[in-house]
Design a protein around this ligand. Structure first.
Ligand SMILES: [Zn+2]
Ligand SMILES: [Zn+2]
Length: 173
């Protein structure tokens, strides 16, 4: 046993500038690193669509990590608690296989990518599991069920545990 963290219940480690995240049976918050932007979203359907790991080259670059851990929320269930006017966006279509335009929404203070929106999937936003304040949810309701673009997965990472693997992807886009 190397960890003393009890992951079987809600826990909110101090990460970044805000400490006012919360969760309940139906909803939870996601907050940027500086705390200026906070979202509220449902943790179950119909507003919660799914959660997935993506190894695509865009996700590697945009996260500055080797893969992205994402979840999809229907926009009519997504609430900006604060900071919507503090988001800045960047759009491009060059690297999206379908030719769709992907728009990324960042906190303009700290640079955290809060969500992505594809022109191919109007009404859906792709949020980031790592921005969710209750880390217990990363282990449970937000655990990815699919890992996509495994052909791009870095060789020293063996992938998600108990996750369906797919070549190419559904939400890219
Ligand atoms: Zn921020
Ligand atoms: Zn991706």
């Amino acid at each position: 046993m190397t960890s003393t963290i009890d992951k079987s219940k809600s826990y909110f480690p101090l990460a970044g500038g805000a400490n006012d995240g919360w969760s309940n049976e139906e909803e939870a918050t996601a907050t940027c690193f500086c705390g200026a932007v906070q979202l509220k979203f449902p943790t179950q359907g119909p507003g919660f669509v799914n959660a997935f790991i993506c190894n695509c080259p865009d996700c590697r670059k945009i996260t500055a990590s080797m893969f992205a851990s994402n979840f999809v929320i229907a926009d009519d269930h997504l609430t900006h608690i604060r900071g919507q006017s503090n988001l800045t966006k960047f759009s491009q279509a060059k690297t999206i296989a379908s030719g769709s335009t992907m728009t990324d929404y960042f906190c303009q203070t700290c640079g955290t990518l809060m969500y992505r929106v594809s022109s191919r999937w109007p009404g859906l936003s792709v949020l980031r599991i790592g921005t969710v304040d209750d880390f217990h949810l990363h282990e449970t309701k937000l655990k990815p069920t699919v890992e996509q673009f495994i052909e791009h997965r870095v060789g020293w990472f063996s992938g998600g545990v108990g996750v369906e693997e797919k070549v190419e992807g559904h939400y890219h886009f």
